[in-house]
Design a protein around this ligand. Structure first.
Ligand code: IMP
Length: 423
């Protein structure tokens, strides 16, 4: 069944592990949005890999990995990521890159940094140039992979765009970026990527007609979606299902199942509202035991309790069919686990969510306290071996959000996953 793996929180839900776990059952794995702001951590043959642009199915030699045109691509970064994996002795599966993927160029990154330091827009971005590159797409100025692999065409399009950005960069007191400082590196990357470049809209539709099984890999998460997230504290793409169709050129019937990934607690990096945030010893304990430091930037992630009000909203907007809970083992040594079940707004209780930061800044979460299981569960392989209190905790979540939990991840390795069978 063609499936989408989508993060239901603010990213970092453990999608890399989930996709790697599921990818063996699929013939094609497709990234459809975001860029190298993503950091999908995959443990392969006992080693840790953080994938930024490469789809997380890349470790399966028989799987076709596709970077579709919804992804913004820094070609130099992509070439380096491929080379690093090869240097580590990894045999990569076949990779195809869309000719219509917009490029991230050095001036995008410089402007991203300038905006972050200005009083106009402090979002806490990954400073990879993601926002400005997507702005070029909607501003009808973007330069694409198909331009890069034709040196004359690339230069022709680059010059006016570079002028445009350097005017802006200068206006903000920044150092302009000279084309000559990166042109050769970009052209060399284009040359290396050329054999991978294809019309992925046609390719994916042909694969759909041939009934090849597809796994769609969402990057970031629902609450970071440009239209459905906690705007302006969001990324500049659509991780939610709409982004899949625009970002691949596949029709809605290509998607048969939505698998929603969420962590047993909540984290976010960057600025923005976070009602269940913990700025105390419990938060620090979760951060340390969960290794909650950004996979792309190394920043300590903000940490808090699981927010079921937000989760239920994310399940609704994505049409989630089944849930995959991750990092539940991080809760192993807690006597008591809290989950937010309502919001208190000046004494009024509400159980509905709005992504409006001004609303979220006003709410005080109302918590349900659940007993912890107080034992190590990371070696458990079967549903029946899960402690009764763990099962109660899972049932509570399922009942609240109204969707079954299909899998529980209790460690970083592929085999540290328990499949839940409903009777
Ligand atoms: P940008 O995507 O770099 O523009 O960053 C915008 C917001 O999305 C910031 O809060 C980032 O921390 C956040 N963000 C972007 N990519 C990821 C990710 O892969 N995981 C978690 N947060 C992310």
């Amino acid at each position: 069944m063609n499936s989408l793996v989508i993060g239901l929180q603010w990213g970092d839900e453990g999608k890399g592990k989930v996709i790697d776990y599921l990818a063996g059952d699929f013939q094609v794995v497709i990234r459809y949005q975001g860029g190298h702001n993503a950091g999908h951590t995959v443990y392969h043959q006992g080693r840790k890999f953080v994938l930024h642009l490469l789809p997380s199915g890349i470790f399966y030699p028989a799987t076709l990995s596709v970077i579709a045109h919804g992804v913004v691509v820094n070609p130099v970064h992509l070439v380096n990521e491929i080379r690093q994996a090869q240097e580590e002795g990894i045999t990569l599966g076949r990779l195809v890159l869309s000719e219509a993927a917009p490029l991230i160029l050095p001036f995008h990154q410089r402007l991203d940094v300038i905006f972050e330091q200005s009083r106009y827009q402090r979002i806490g971005t990954t400073q990879r140039g993601i926002g400005p590159a997507y702005e070029d797409l909607t501003g009808r100025r973007a330069i694409f992979i198909r331009d890069l692999i034709d040196p004359g065409r690339f230069r022709r399009k680059l010059e006016p765009l570079s002028d445009y950005y350097n005017v802006l960069i200068r206006a903000f007191g920044g150092e302009p970026v000279a084309i000559e400082s990166y042109l050769n590196e970009y052209l060399a990357a284009g040359k290396q990527l050329q054999p991978l470049v294809a019309d992925t809209v046609t390719l994916l539709n042909q694969l759909l007609a041939q009934e090849r099984s597809m796994l769609f890999e969402g990057a970031q998460g629902t609450l970071l979606d440009i239209s459905l997230g906690t705007y302006p504290y969001v990324t500049s793409s659509h991780p939610t299902p709409g982004g899949l169709f625009c970002g691949t050129g596949l029709p809605p019937k290509a998607l048969q199942r939505v698998i929603g990934i969420f962590k047993a607690y909540t984290t976010r990096v960057g600025e923005g509202p976070f009602p269940t945030e913990l700025n105390d010893a419990t938060g620090e304990r979760l951060r340390q035991s969960g290794g909650e430091f950004g996979a792309t930037t190394g920043r300590p992630r903000r940490v808090g309790w699981l927010d079921l009000v937000a989760l239920r909203h994310a399940v609704m907007v994505n049409g989630v069919d089944e849930l995959f809970i991750t990092k539940i083992d991080v809760l192993d040594d807690l006597d008591e686990i809290q989950v937010a079940v309502a919001y208190d707004i000046n004494g009024q209780l509400s159980d509905s969510f709005s992504p409006d930061p001004e609303f979220l800044d006003k709410v005080r979460p109302v918590y349900q306290r659940l007993p912890g299981w107080n034992c190590k569960i990371d070696a458990i392989k079967k549903q029946k071996d899960l402690p009764a209190k763990t099962r109660e905790y899972l049932r509570f979540i399922e009942k609240f959000v109204g969707v079954p939990i299909g899998h529980v991840s209790l460690g970083t390795r592929r085999d540290q996953t328990v499949r839940l069978i409903k009777k």
